[in-house]
Design a protein around this ligand. Structure first.
Ligand code: FES
Length: 135
């Protein structure tokens, strides 16, 4: 074996060792992205803001409101215009952004600009006093 042949053989071997490591790193990045976009958590509504009609709170990036009729609704807490943190207005049963005045209905649809993109809406399931919020 010549010196040139030896270097070529070692180079191919090193590349073969590095390729699986690269695929592993790429896979981890993909998994972390999908985890951060999913929502699935449970909170108690026995006490606190959600114990009474008209109350709301923000948890895990989700604004959860209890309407005056007693229904639970949940949407993304971040305004789609420029990232303001939303509030729930029980008197008008909608979500408002204090930054520039956007408003969203209980399904997350825009009812007042400047936002033009709807909010992500989440499913709420009440079991006893435990409320599950999920995608
Ligand atoms: S950030 Fe909400 S309306 Fe502009």
């Amino acid at each position: 074996m010549t010196r040139k042949e030896f270097i070529e053989q070692v180079g191919i071997g090193a590349a073969a060792l590095l390729i699986p490591g690269c695929f592993g790193a790429c896979k981890k990045t993909s998994n972390s992205t999908s985890t951060s976009s999913s929502v699935d958590f449970t909170i108690s509504v026995a006490s606190g803001a959600l114990a009474t009609n008209g109350g709301y709170l923000i948890q895990n990036g989700v604004i959860i409101a209890r309407t005056m009729a007693g229904a639970f609704i949940a949407v993304s807490a971040t305004c789609t215009h420029a990232g303001g943190t939303l509030q729930y207005a029980s008197s008008t049963n909608d979500f408002t952004c204090p930054v520039h005045g956007a408003a969203f209905d209980t399904s997350g649809n825009v009812i007042n600009g400047p936002a033009s993109t709807p909010l992500q809406k989440y499913i709420t399931t009440l079991t006893g006093t435990s409320l599950r919020v999920h995608s």
